[in-house]
Design a protein around this ligand. Structure first.
Ligand code: ZN
Length: 88
């Protein structure tokens, strides 16, 4: 098992490889599919349940320390997480 990170949806820690990284960039939340962006990041499991939980809990702004997260950014996070989920 590699390094672990905490999912902002379910709150459980898991191998980084099982999580999608979201990075804070100029006050916005951007999908960091290659987990290579500098700066503050937060993680969510690649499944619909964890993404929905994270959005419901308004976890992203807090985790990324930004004022608010645009709906379109949340959509991008959800799409990326679920796409990766489907690919397995
Ligand atoms: Zn999770």
């Amino acid at each position: 098992m590699g390094p672990t990170r905490r999912c902002v949806g379910c709150g459980h820690s898991d191998d980084k490889a099982n999580l999608l990284r979201i990075a804070a960039s100029e006050g916005r939340a951007v999908v960091d599919a290659s987990a290579s962006r500098p700066g503050r990041g937060a993680y969510v499991h690649r499944n619909r349940e964890c993404v929905e939980q994270s959005i419901h809990r308004r976890a992203w702004a807090r985790a990324l320390r930004i004022a608010r997260v645009d709906a379109q950014d949340l959509d991008a996070i959800a799409t990326s997480a679920v796409e990766n989920d489907r690919k397995g």
